[in-house]
Design a protein around this ligand. Sequence first.
Ligand SMILES: O=C(O)CCC(=O)C(=O)O
Ligand SMILES: [Fe+2]
Length: 274
Amino acid sequence: MDQTDIAEPSLPAPEVTGLRPITPAEITHYNRHGWVKLDRFLPEPLVDYMLAYAKERMGENGSISATPGKFDYFNALPVLGLGKPVFDAVLRHFAQTAVDVRNLRKTAGARYFLDFFGVKLPVEQTDGHGKSDWHQDFAAQVSDRSGGMVFWTALADLTPQHGTMAYLSGSHREGVMGDYRTYGEGNLLDVYPELIETCPSSGLQTLAAGDVVIHSDLTVHMAGPNTSGEARWTYLAIMNPADARWTGGPAISFDTAGLTHLGELDDARFPRLA
Ligand SMILES: O=C(O)CCC(=O)C(=O)O
Ligand SMILES: [Fe+2]
């Protein structure tokens, strides 16, 4: 069964309340380290709904449409959450947070880029996933400027055994270190082995449901293999600077049809949210 055959779930949606702003201390941490963990950033009723929605679409074990070898890191299902209960409000909250964390003097605002479930399946399954190897996101995003960030949301309690993420603290200040597809069987640290000495690893994170970790598109990161025996349920949303322009290069994560070389992304598919 293909994911596109699956009907939109009709679940009772909770009222959206209790979304807290990012704190000054969290902003300082992000600027210093290139990533920050926001404890309980999404209230429990919202996370429960998002997980139930994900399971309706991907099955209880997250395997629907997982094609072995298709994408090594996780089973990815686009959510396209704008206009959908709960997801719309969460995406707008993330966009506002992106503006808060980046400071309005440096960014023209935040534009929605992508949102999807990233379910890392147990490594022992035939459709299972190994580690997500050390990389930066920037080079593969064919954007003419950095400043974008991923909001990585734990939809359930996650331990390092689930294949959570680790970040090289301070690596966001080290410049652009290549497209991850150029590393072959290796990873960014094979090309920049000295980086680990100046930018220590955060270690694989332990997260509660509703915790959100943000990382910059220049922050080097990885995720471990999922050895927990159960699916790693994650919702990822990417916000980019609203003034970012397409470099004209081929993209793997989105359709460039209709975009113009060095033009801003189109407002219909990639609306400015904050
Ligand atoms: O979730 C993962 O395993 C990898 C995610 C990632 O690379 C990212 O969020 O940029
Ligand atoms: Fe990444």
